[in-house]
Design a protein around this ligand. Structure first.
Ligand code: AVI
Length: 334
């Protein structure tokens, strides 16, 4: 479905447009009860990001052990000219996820007079705030915001966007948090909203030695542990839960076969608790699987992109080959 923006829907903000597609909200209660009833208990990582969880994630990105953020930023610092050349002048940057990070500023600063920025996010309030700050800081850039669930696709038809090349920016190795088939479907959804000459700039974490990977998700200051355990605090607070967080420990492990770091919450004792009136039990040693973070060799990521209908035109890594940014172009739709 396409949306034509009417003058009446334009808010009195510096935004060119704010379109609320009213994406259906995730059902926290149902998802938690379902996940904890499964033989291998699991919780979706989307629920990490309440106010406390978002602050903890920001703290993670500053940790000495968590190399992805600063490595990706350092790569962005060195490839500005190449990005400008590839994107051309007057590009339209499309960012699934909000525009609050420093990374989007680096991209805007690198490109040759980009014409517009469009942010998409499921959280309307957060999106509007992030895009408004961006619009205030970049008065020459036309900035629009679409409150939508980008995992169901990128539909840009019907928006009055400038005609330059569209560059979808998906940094942070967020793609790694999806199951492989879901990652392919996500990229296919992006593809469906793109024209043949558009492109994706995507940040992807690489396979490396196990210790470096595990340390990035189990740091010496315990911030990653606090991030993982905050999910328990959230369940107790929002769903009338009685989980004793002291009886669960943070676990980060490298699953070599699946090429991913997994985060779990492991019971240190036999425990029982209730959530929203339902009772659950865990045996000592049993875990709740809370996150996957897939890591890719360039070959594996190129193969994944190909399955979604994209070709890797070029890619850039840091000297230590910790992290890679890929420039993907769609295979012809014909
Ligand atoms: C958001 N995402 C890419 C992070 C990652 O590295 O998978 C989330 C994270 N989980 C623990 N630390 C960071």
């Amino acid at each position: 479905m396409t949306t034509t923006l009417k003058a009446a829907s334009r808010p009195s903000t510096p935004l060119a447009f704010f379109d609320d597609q009213h994406p259906s909200a995730a059902d926290f209660r149902r998802d938690v009860l379902d996940g904890l009833s499964a033989p291998q208990k699991y919780l979706s990582p989307i629920y990490f990001y309440d106010a406390e969880g978002s602050a903890l994630f920001d703290a993670i990105t500053e940790l000495p052990e968590y190399y992805p953020t600063r490595t990706e930023l350092s790569i962005l610092d060195t490839i500005g000219n190449e990005l400008a050349e590839r994107a051309g002048s007057g590009a339209v940057i499309v960012e699934p996820g909000s525009g609050s990070s420093i990374k989007i500023r680096k991209l805007i600063d690198a490109l040759d007079t980009p014409a517009a920025y469009v942010g998409l996010d499921i959280s309307g309030e957060h999106l509007q705030q992030a895009c408004t700050v961006l619009a205030e800081d970049y008065p020459g850039l036309s900035i629009g915001a679409i409150c939508a669930d980008f995992t169901t696709g990128l539909d840009l038809d019907g928006y009055d966007l400038p005609g330059g090349r569209r560059l979808v920016f998906f940094p942070g190795s967020t793609i790694g948090n999806f199951e492989i088939q879901d990652a392919i479907d996500l990229l296919k959804g992006f593809r469906a909203g793109m024209r043949d000459d558009d492109a994706i700039l995507i940040g992807v974490d690489r396979v490396k030695d196990e210790q470096t990977l595990v340390d990035a998700y189990d740091d010496s200051q315990g911030v990653s542990a606090a991030f993982n355990l905050n999910l328990v605090t959230r369940i107790n607070r929002e769903l009338d839960g009685t989980i004793d967080a002291g009886k669960l420990r943070h676990l980060a492990l490298w699953n070599e076969k699946a090429s991913r770091i997994e985060m779990h919450l492991q019971a240190v004792d036999d425990i029982e608790f209730s959530i929203a009136g339902e009772t659950f039990a865990m045996k000592s040693g049993e875990t709740i699987h809370t996150e996957n973070s897939h890591k890719f060799t360039p070959e594996a990521f190129s193969a994944l992109a190909a399955r979604a209908g994209f070709t890797v035109r070029t890619h850039w890594s840091d000297e230590r080959e910790l992290f890679t940014l890929y420039w993907l172009e769609p295979d012809s739709k014909a």
